[in-house]
Each structure stands twice: as structure tokens, then as C-alpha cells.
Design a protein around this ligand. Structure first.
Ligand code: F1P
Length: 342
């Protein structure tokens, strides 16, 4: 039987496979996306958080991207920007989550001229039938409930997708990603195991700015699903506006570090330390070298917007090892299914 820890370790292989899929479809994608300026990302759970990152990447290219949980298209459609999305990007590991399918159908009906590029791990699922292009992460498909390699491989697909809207040449920037993923797996397992053994920790805060906020949200889900622990995500400096009050010696604050924040971020780490909290920083060497955190995982440098999938790896391990230390079974998370059918 394949377990969650196997799936975490299989990520380099899943990344290799999705890059091959993108290489095969790059011409088709580039043709469809050139001249497009508005994107709508739809998903549920981890797949919604992928959408948040996708929208942020699109906005970074000075185009317009927006992400919504699928259910919000029904509950509060008027809160969604009233812009015609030229490209609809539904994201779903299973390709059959009811809300994502229904939301995609609704938005297609409202925007018949839009194109649909879906990202999934399941071939021949209903989502594919609604899509002009379906990007399938064959090796990202998990047997277990918790999304690990599906998340990192679908995130790679998103990074490529947004990059391909500008140029077909982008694929070479991703060449090192699978081997860098192996490096991060090797570097982070020991750190995560050590933190996982600290069962005195009870509260987990994840901080990330811009495209890293979606990673922080995904990290919350990993800790909740696998360890049933209290956990929340914020943009880094929002932390001071309330969440700061919960920090004590039972709190771990993880910062997904970008090249933004500078001295202020260094100060934030010190502040958390002075409140008694523990800190974990994850980022490229130059983004974390000045930060005096209790734990650190260094991410190998790579071309801009190619290595986001690597940042979540230490937290997948942390969820796993904490679950084991709490006597929980990460392969059978409480009250959860692989996907939700309504
Ligand atoms: C994914 C999802 C997961 C979540 C839970 C229920 O659905 O929402 O993010 O962990 O297991 O399903 P999908 O990606 O297959 O649509």
C-alpha cells in the first residue's frame, strides 16, 4: 500500500512527469493564452489555494487574475469582480468535486466565448469534458486523502501555464526543479521530524506575502488535516494586528520568505522570539540568511516563479511527523474524503 509519506517522497518524479506533459502541450497553451489578459481560477480546499497562487502569478505579469472557492460563485456571485474572464482555470485533483464542476459549468454558460484550461490529476474525469485544454499530472494522483504531490505538481503546472502565456521558451527554466525538490526533501525531513517531536507545540501560524500567501493557506490545511491542530495563515505584517496575541511557547510561527520584507521581517522574527514563540523560516539563501529563526530550510535558488512548489515540502513532512508523534494516522485523516460530492 502506498502511504502519505511515500507520496511526499515521490514528488521529484511527479514534477518530472508534469514538466513532460507541459513540454508536450506548450505550443497549444501558448497559442491559446497569448493576448489574453483576464483569468479566473476556481477550486476547493488545496485546489482553491492553488488558484490563489495562480491569480497572484497572473497579476505579477501585470494581467488580471482572480481566484474564488467554487462555492462562492453560487453563494455570493456579486462579490466576484464583474469582469469577463477570457480564461477559466478550474483546478481539481479528482476532476469531479461537485462544486468545482457546477461552478465551471455556470461560468462557461455566462461567458460562452471564454476558454477553459483545467488542471487535474485525473484523466477522463468530468472536468476534462468541460475543458479546451486539460493539463493532467498523471504521477501527482495520490491514493491517500491528503494532497501532497498533487499540490506541488499542479502548482508546477500553474507556474508553467502563466509563464507560457508570455513565451514557449519558459520550460527550460524548470529543468532543475525535480532535482531541487530532492534536495529540499533531503534537507527538510530532519528539521520537520525534530519539530514534529515537540508535541508541546499546539498552535501553528503560517505567514506569506503575495504568491506565498496561498502556500501559507495550504500549510494550514496540512497541519489541520494530518494533526487536528489549531492553525492559521496571514500575510506577514498582518501578524501584528491581532494574531500576535496568541503567541506563547506553545506556538510555532512559520514564515515563507520572499525577497520582500527586508529588515522589518528580521524584526518580526525577533518579536516572535521575544514573545516566547518558536520560528521556522523557509526561503532562498539570500532571503533567509539574516533571519535568526529557531529552524530554517533553505530553498535552492531558481528562475523567478519556478520554485514555489518546494516551499510546501517541509510542512508536508511536519504534518506527517507531528501526526505520528500524536498517535494519529496521517493516511486516515478524520472526517475527510479524497473529494467532496454533493
Ligand atoms: C480537493 C479537496 C482537498 C481536501 C479534501 C477534499 O478536491 O477539497 O483539497 O483536502 O480532501 O477535497 P479536488 O482537488 O479533487 O477538487
Amino acid at each position: 500500500m502506498v502511504t502519505t509519506i511515500d507520496e511526499i517522497r515521490e514528488q521529484p518524479e511527479a514534477l518530472r512527469a508534469i514538466l513532460e506533459e507541459l513540454e508536450n502541450k506548450k505550443g497549444e497553451i501558448n497559442t491559446l493564452l497569448s493576448d489574453v489578459s483576464t483569468y479566473l481560477f476556481i477550486g476547493c480546499g488545496s485546489s482553491y489555494y492553488l488558484g490563489l497562487i495562480g491569480a497572484s502569478l497572473v497579476n505579477n505579469r501585470r494581467l488580471f487574475g482572480y481566484a474564488t472557492p467554487a462555492s462562492e460563485l453560487f453563494l455570493s456571485p456579486d462579490s466576484i469582480p464583474s469582469i469577463h474572464p477570457e480564461i477559466i482555470v478550474p483546478i481539481s485533483r479528482s476532476g469531479k468535486t461537485t462544486e468545482t464542476i457546477k461552478a465551471t459549468e455556470k461560468i462557461i454558460k455566462e461567458n460562452p466565448k471564454s476558454s477553459v484550461v483545467s488542471i487535474t490529476c485525473s484523466e477522463n474525469a468530468p472536468l476534462g469534458g468541460l475543458s479546451d485544454i486539460t493539463i493532467v499530472s498523471q504521477k501527482g494522483k495520490e491514493e491517500n486523502v491528503v494532497m501532497t504531490k498533487s499540490f506541488s505538481s499542479m502548482l508546477t503546472a500553474l507556474e508553467c501555464l502563466v509563464g507560457l502565456s508570455a513565451t514557449k521558451d519558459i520550460m527550460k527554466d524548470f529543468r532543475k526543479l525535480p532535482e531541487d525538490c530532492q534536495l529540499v526533501l533531503d534537507r527538510s525531513e530532519r528539521v520537520a521530524k525534530e519539530i514534529g517531536e515537540k508535541t508541546k507545540l499546539e498552535k501553528f501560524v503560517f505567514l506569506g506575502t503575495g504568491e506565498y500567501y496561498g502556500l501559507a493557506s495550504e500549510a494550514v490545511l496540512k497541519i489541520e488535516e494530518m494533526t487536528l491542530s489549531w492553525s492559521e495563515a496571514h500575510p506577514p505584517f498582518e501578524f501584528r494586528h491581532g494574531p500576535r496575541s496568541i503567541v506563547d511557547e506553545k506556538t510555532l510561527v512559520t514564515i515563507f520568505c520572499s525577497n520582500r520584507g527586508g529588515r522589518e521581517l528580521k524584526q518580526l522574527v525577533k518579536e516572535i522570539d521575544s514573545l516566547g514563540g518558536e520560528t521556522l523560516t523557509i526561503g532562498r539563501g539570500r532571503d533567509v540568511e539574516d533571519l535568526e529563526s529557531d529552524y530554517q530550510v533553505e530553498i535552492p535558488p531558481g528562475p523567478r516563479f519556478t520554485n514555489l512548489p518546494l516551499y510546501i515540502v517541509p510542512i508536508q513532512f511536519l504534518g506527517y511527523y507531528r501526526a505520528i508523534n500524536l498517535g494519529l494516522d496521517p493516511d486516515r485523516p478524520r472526517n475527510l474524503e479524497q473529494f467532496v460530492t454533493l
